[in-house]
Design a binder for this molecule. Sequence first.
Ligand code: UD1
Length: 384
Amino acid sequence: MKIINVVGARPQFVKYFSVYNAIMKSNSGASSGIIKDVLVHTGQHYDYNMSKIFFDEFGIKEPEYHLGVGSGPHGEQTGRIIQEIEETLNIEKPDVVLVYGDTNSTLGAALAAVKLHVPVAHVEAGLRSFNMYMPEEVNRILSDNISTFLFCPSETAVANLRNSGYKGVLNNGKLVSSESFPLNDNDSKIGADKNNPLVINTGDVMYDALLYAVDVKENGADILNKLNLNGNEYSLLTIHRAETTDNPDKLREVAGFVNDMSAEIKVVFPMHPRMRSVYDGVNIKFCDNVKVVDPLGYFDLLKLAKSSVFVMTDSGGLQKEAYWLKTPCITLRDETEWIETVESGWNTLYKDCKGAPSRPVKSNDCYGDGKASDRIVATLKRNF
Ligand code: UD1
């Protein structure tokens, strides 16, 4: 089986890392059923701290294709991705294309593949914010709609697809959950195709990556020393979503909230380039207690999140990482796709927030068992 994995933006390198590990595991010692993994980097992100640092940290191989698409308006960026991926698919002729999350790289690759009748597998399928003003919501709905394999991170994601009319191909039309779809069942082909997509709750590949990171790098990161911080004395802040940064009123409101919080606690703010590019132009001022630093790699960011009193973010990935690391989170948005984090008390929407969040007593065990990527690879092996 030949898989093309398409990545392009920062969180996709983390997600691919888990799948890459699962492919390596599946290939090691196997005499047949070897998976050929071709990695394509669209180039949506390109700064060292936004891209290469993740490859270096994880020891991911160099991409076989680097498309160098870069930044641009949505149409231009997505259009270039479609065009470049189409050429790559015509050369490589893979059995399946894996796309991740909800970026323009996700949608561009999925569109190129489906038109060439190459099955699309969508990792992180079924998420919904129900806010069509977010480019990510558009990207994920359209990507889901043209995917043959919809790998969901949670039961909520499965339910979202069920509510959109998806049936799933196994178990007489019932949606398939991880419990009814064991990892080691090699007997039967699945028979999913474009007209009969498979929906499965695999769990979240970001959880797989986090378990690896916590295991391997727990004591390695010296970022606290570098930033002159002690644990449990600061809050971690990230802001990067277009829905926040590109709406001056919204950004002012969010900055006002952050400034209020910073009266009580030092805030560390690794600044994404999108935020940096609007920062000077919108007349926004963060208080002196907000310390702006460059974007950080995966392990440093996890270390900062783990050692912080609480996290404030508009990122989807960081909401979950805070949840897994047992750090309370305030989400700087009006809604979240990751509703389990709110329901369990670990995450609060900023409009509902009354001061620094406390640590809830409830457990935090949503989003799978750390074997999502194994499940994804096993599922694909059963179909091809
Ligand atoms: C993209 C995704 C978003 C994801 C985020 C992760 C879309 C629509 N959005 O948002 O879902 O959460 O990635 O970070 O795909 N820039 C640089 N250097 C870089 C990359 C970007 O300077 O390496 C600057 C450019 O000015 C660019 C801007 O950041 O125009 C935004 O980058 P872009 O790729 O358009 O989207 P993100 O905001 O990063």
